[in-house]
Design a protein around this ligand. Structure first.
Ligand SMILES: Cc1cc2nc3c(=O)[nH]c(=O)nc-3n(C[C@H](O)[C@H](O)[C@H](O)COP(=O)(O)OP(=O)(O)OC[C@H]3O[C@@H](n4cnc5c(N)ncnc54)[C@H](O)[C@@H]3O)c2cc1C
Length: 433
């Protein structure tokens, strides 16, 4: 199914669950195999792959390992953190999404031994594999910010929405107070790679919009402070965001990395090229540095010459296959590729890994490749968003050329994010899209 068809159905809001596997074509007969396939992580990527492999293989022993029993639809967190959705909008039982006939080990993986081809859990279980897919997402390194702990979220003007529905709901407590009382709001992002790089911008835009609608724009001093030199990784999008921030009176302070917080004094310290700088805030949005989980960084499977402080898995950017261990793949946020830490990227990565594993089991070479497709429905105000889609080379890759302009603030793009994205995400989890 083409991306455009997929999004069109999504935009209609609904019928995603009824998507045929491949319209107009009979599904290929499942391939008989006794291969042992282990998937680490049952988030967006692991769950989608498990569903797709189950359809393609007959007799494979598929094991998915993840201690989390609640699935979190993370793209909804920005809506929870602005009071637009309740916390339970983003949660569901993981058991609802996993296919029948696979084994789910509800434990945390502690180590991978790529030479012995085994995975071991914290509970002491060791599982051998023929094929291993690493999809454990990433960790939020709150400890890298001195003076910060997650129990502060929601109190004394501190928000941090990335950590799940409870953090997002508490973030709204602090942010809502700011939209009513005003003062200085400081919105940050980390120096590391991060999932959904548009989310810190969306939070800034939405909090500004909510305060304006309440008639409190005059009370606000909005600052976006980030380590990078530009506002977004794709230059044309960065320029558009810069213009919107200028229109809305959001000041930008680039080349600043949040290093510590004095919550009592409501003071944030940033590292700059020349030393440090302190900013007093009434509301501070914290997005911590993001890294591969510890067991990945200790496994010897990370890149040795790039992202060395972050540990993303060393894979080929087109096939997502490990460069030194061909029986290992990485999917989703943990993959060491230049772009793509979004659920939209996962949607286009999963069929690639599926194709290569199934083809190899069948004695062929896989042919599918991932081009870095990433999509960011960039909310700019309530009821308006820009549907920004791009690839590894920063080419804009609009799904609806001539219909949805990627750099326009449109209601239809808002609808994509607010209504349709969850239906498409759920269809992806089921392996149906
Ligand atoms: C605030 C926010 C807004 C976002 N907005 C968007 C958006 O608008 N559009 C978009 O496309 N994407 C968005 N995303 C990004 C998207 O949600 C992620 O990129 C996507 O979920 C990545 O999928 P994943 O499977 O790699 O990781 P996850 O979905 O995070 O799943 C990882 C799984 O691995 C498990 N795990 C972790 N460690 C271990 C271990 N040691 N052993 C076993 N299991 C383990 C976890 O429990 C989890 O279930 C957003 C994310 C956030 C946080």
């Amino acid at each position: 199914m083409k991306r455009r068809e997929f999004l069109t159905i999504a935009a209609l809001g609904s019928a995603a669950s009824a998507l045929p596997v491949a319209r107009g074509q009979a599904a290929p007969a499942p391939i008989k195999t006794a291969a042992q396939i282990v998937i680490v992580g049952a988030g967006a990527a692991g769950t989608a792959l498990a569903n797709r492999l189950t359809e393609r293989l007959d007799g494979a022993r598929i094991t998915i390992i993840d201690p989390r029993t609640t699935h979190i639809y993370q793209p909804g967190l920005t809506l929870v953190a602005t009071g637009l959705k309740a916390a339970n909008y983003v949660t569901s039982d993981e058991s609802r999404w996993l296919p029948k006939g696979i084994e789910w080990i509800a434990e945390k993986v502690a180590a991978v031994d790529a030479e012995a081809k085994t995975v071991s859990t914290e509970g002491g279980t060791t599982i051998p594999y023929d094929w291993l897919v690493l999809a454990p997402g990433l960790i939020l390194d709150y400890g890298a910010i001195d003076g910060f702990s997650t129990d502060m979220i929601g109190e004394n003007g501190i928000g941090a929405l990335y950590g799940g529905p409870e953090h997002a709901a508490r973030t709204w407590n602090a942010a809502q107070k700011f939209t009513q009382e005003g003062g200085t709001g400081v919105f940050t992002r980390p120096a590391t790679e991060m999932k959904c790089a548009g989310a810190p911008l969306k939070h800034t835009f939405l909090i500004d919009d909510i305060a304006r609608r309440a008639g409190n724009a005059g009370k606000m001093n909005m600052i976006y402070a980030a380590p990078q030199t530009s506002l977004f990784g794709v230059p044309i999008v960065a320029e558009k965001v810069r213009m919107l921030f200028a229109d809305r009176g959001v000041d930008t302070m680039m080349s600043r990395t949040l290093t510590s917080i004095d919550a009592g004094a409501k003071r944030a310290t940033f590292a700059t090229a020349d030393g440090t700088e302190e900013i007093d805030y009434d509301y501070l949005h914290v997005v911590p540095p993001q890294r591969a989980p510890d067991f990945i960084r200790q496994s010897g499977l990370s890149w040795a010459d790039k992202w060395t402080d972050q540990g993303w898995v060393e894979v080929d950017m087109a096939t997502l296959r490990h460069l030194r261990h061909p029986e290992i793949f990485a999917l989703g946020d943990v993959a060491g590729v230049p772009k793509g830490k979004t659920a939209a990227s996962v949607k286009w990565q999963v069929p690639v890994v599926e194709d290569h594993i199934v083809a190899n089991i069948d004695g062929r070479e896989g042919t599918e490749t991932y081009d870095g497709y990433t999509s960011c429905p960039m909310i700019t105000r309530i009821g308006r968003a820009m549907l920004v889609e791009f690839d590894y080379h920063n080419n804009l890759t609009p799904s609806f050329p001539g219909i949805i302009a990627p750099l326009e603030e449109l209601w239809i793009s808002w609808l994509m994010k607010e209504v349709a994205l969850k239906a498409t995400y759920n269809a992806m989890l089921r392996g149906e899209a």
